[in-house]
Each structure stands twice: as structure tokens, then as C-alpha cells.
Design a protein around this ligand. Structure first.
Ligand code: ZN
Ligand code: ZN
Length: 190
């Protein structure tokens, strides 16, 4: 992720600050509140997502209101090979910045994987199952501890097609079992 957004000038002088916190923000025809996930314009060809933590504005100065946000990372921000991840997968993080609210241009939802699997249709719906620590450069929980499926022992990716073993309910890639239906896996066949 190339973050070209301006960092807030941290006022180091002990002057009285008139920065006030607001509970929500109306931009175009959307109302944003703390805790909402916003779509943020980074460059012309891609958008990024972040949770709004605070909405700040110094009324007395002719300044653009600021949003304190916590970024979501995309798999491609971290890994060179992102094949195993879902198109709708994001990683929460501990990367917090202040940005001009004018960079916000839409709403999104980031669900847990379970919520995502049962969600109804909608735009800009993502899921997260791990958090990226920008200091230690580690995902928590690490990928090695994520749920694995199939005989090929890959992480579960909701974008792929699966067949459940009728007995143990384990998931197998349809591709890996030759697109058969109503399967009983090798372990259960005994
Ligand atoms: Zn497989
Ligand atoms: Zn089975």
C-alpha cells in the first residue's frame, strides 16, 4: 500500500488547540460515524479501506476536517503471491493515521469470516480473519494457524468451490476431487 496521504501536523507548540471531535460526518450523501469502514482514495486505480476512529476539525482555522483512521491492508500489500487469499480479504492492522476527510469517498463493510459467509449480497463487503502488525510485520493469528481444508491442505478461501464430506463435513476443493458430488472422504471411508 502506498500511503501518500498527508499526516496531520502534530501541534508541538503549547498553544491552545481548537480541534474538536465530532461524532459524525456528512460527505456527499453518506453519513459516516466512528467505527464505520470508509473507502479511501489512494490513487486513481485503487481504493483502500480503513476504520474511522475519530472525526476532528479545527473550526477556527481554514482547515479540512481530519479523520483518524486505522488502515486495512490487502493481501497484496504484504505478500507477493496472493493466490491463496480471497478477493474480498482484508487484514485489520495497527496502522493509524490522520487523513483529510476529502479522501473518503464511500462506505464499506468488513465482517468476520463467519459473518461474511452468511451475509446477503451487497457492494463493498469484505472480511478479515487476521490483524497485521506494522511493527513486527506479523499477522495475528499467523496463516499457519488458519483453518486448512482439503487433501491439498490449503487455507480456506471462500472464493473457491467446495464439496463437503457427507460424514465428517470437511471441505474439499471441487477441483481436487474431480467435481464429484455427495462425497465421502478417504478418512471416513475407512
Ligand atoms: Zn484441494
Ligand atoms: Zn470425511
Amino acid at each position: 500500500m502506498k500511503l501518500r496521504l498527508k499526516k496531520k501536523n502534530s501541534a508541538k507548540s503549547p498553544k491552545i488547540q481548537k480541534i474538536q471531535e465530532y461524532s459524525n460526518l456528512r460527505l456527499w450523501n453518506h453519513l459516516y460515524s466512528k467505527g464505520d469502514v470508509a473507502q479511501i482514495l489512494e490513487n486513481s486505480d485503487s481504493s483502500s479501506y480503513a476504520t474511522i476512529l475519530k472525526i476532528l476539525w479545527n473550526k477556527n482555522k481554514d482547515q479540512i476536517p481530519q479523520a483518524r483512521i486505522r488502515w486495512f491492508f490487502k493481501p497484496k500489500d504484504i505478500y507477493s503471491n496472493t493466490e491463496m487469499f480471497s478477493q474480498n480479504e482484508l487484514f485489520d492492522s495497527n496502522f493509524i493515521q490522520n487523513i483529510d476527510v476529502t479522501a473518503i469517498y464511500g462506505k464499506a463493510k468488513v465482517l468476520s469470516l463467519d459473518e461474511y459467509l452468511s451475509h446477503t449480497e451487497g457492494d463493498n463487503i469484505f472480511f478479515t480473519r487476521a490483524k497485521w502488525n506494522i511493527k513486527t510485520k506479523e499477522l495475528k493469528p499467523p496463516v499457519q494457524k488458519w483453518k486448512k481444508v482439503c487433501n491439498c491442505n490449503q487455507i480456506y478461501n471462500p472464493d473457491r468451490d467446495y464439496e463437503k464430506c457427507m460424514k465428517c463435513k470437511r471441505l474439499f476443493h471441487k477441483e481436487c476431487i474431480g467435481w464429484k458430488e455427495g462425497i465421502v472422504c478417504g478418512d471416513c471411508e475407512g
